[in-house]
Write a protein that binds this ligand. Structure first.
Ligand code: DGL
Length: 269
């Protein structure tokens, strides 16, 4: 397949979480066309088995490939941790970028006391993928991780600063804060939606790492290396696909992207 700079960048996640990556890509690479798939019929992924997550990853990448993207960004830490190779196989040679490596790298750059906290879905945390990625870069770092599964449905419901979300997040984060980490990785792309609230709980001394921003910088590098950067053209709205409830997705888009998205297309998985 010949890749062209004018082809779209494909991005997928289990639901709305990956919109945090869409937003970061739009800010850094405004001329890029984006095709986004949110698997809203099957969210959450993080409480499923590895076999199921790998099957979903195959389907998701297949849906994006129909639009002939020049790159796929896996805007889902769970898939990045457990099924990046599946996406690479389906992508048949196009560049594939996962959020996890980018988040791990940024965290290592920022930690001063070599104590990093990671929060993510149960599947991501149990895979130990963040610990491996962080320690591959700097073995002396101690990684403290905690699964926060309930934060995904809270984000999907748009509970950005609902008191119930605050109570749950405080409970999840209490132990991590007590371990003296100076850096906290939001190892799930749904969590940046709740970043303000998480920041209030962790306080000003803990640096919060948003893997969405980290992956946007990586995408720019990778596109430039492959001569695939689309340097010209007016910004266009992302083309959004979902596997269920397009109307609900559209209203959440307004909340998270801050703009109106004209259309959300329903596709079958
Ligand atoms: N947003 C995803 C992640 O980064 C998946 C959340 C889920 O579906 O459980 O892990």
């Amino acid at each position: 397949m010949t890749l062209s700079a004018s082809s779209p960048v494909g991005i997928f996640d289990s639901g709305i979480g990956g919109l945090t990556v869409v937003k970061a890509i739009q800010a850094l690479l405004p001329s890029e066309r984006i095709i986004y798939f949110g698997d809203t019929a099957r969210v959450p992924y993080g409480s499923k088995s590895q076999v199921t997550i790998r099957k979903y990853a195959q389907d998701d990448a297949g849906i994006l490939m129909k639009h002939q993207p020049k790159m796929i960004i896996v805007a889902c830490n769970t898939v990045s941790a457990l099924a990046l190779d599946v996406v690479e196989q389906v992508g048949k040679g196009i560049p594939v970028l996962g959020v996890l490596e980018a988040g791990a790298e940024l965290a290592v750059q920022h930690s001063r006391n070599n104590r990093i906290g990671v929060i993510g879905t149960r599947a991501t945390i149990e895979s130990n993928a963040y610990s491996f990625a962080i320690n591959a870069l700097k073995p002396e770092i101690e990684v403290f991780s905690s699964a926060c599964p309930l934060l995904v449905p809270l984000a999907e419901e748009g509970f950005i600063d609902h008191p119930a979300a605050g109570m749950i997040a405080r409970d999840y984060l209490a132990e991590l804060v007590g371990w003296g980490v100076d850096t906290l990785v939001l190892g799930c792309t749904h969590y940046p939606i709740l970043k303000k609230m998480i920041g209030k709980i962790t306080g000003p001394d803990i640096r919060i790492i948003d893997s969405a921003e980290a992956v946007a910088a990586k995408a720019k590098e990778l596109l430039a290396e492959n001569n695939l950067l689309n340097g010209s053209g007016a910004p266009v709205s992302p083309h959004l696909l979902v596997s269920d409830l397009p109307r609900k997705f559209r209203s959440l888009c307004r909340l998270f992207l801050g703009t109106d998205i004209p259309d959300v297309e329903l596709v079958e998985v």
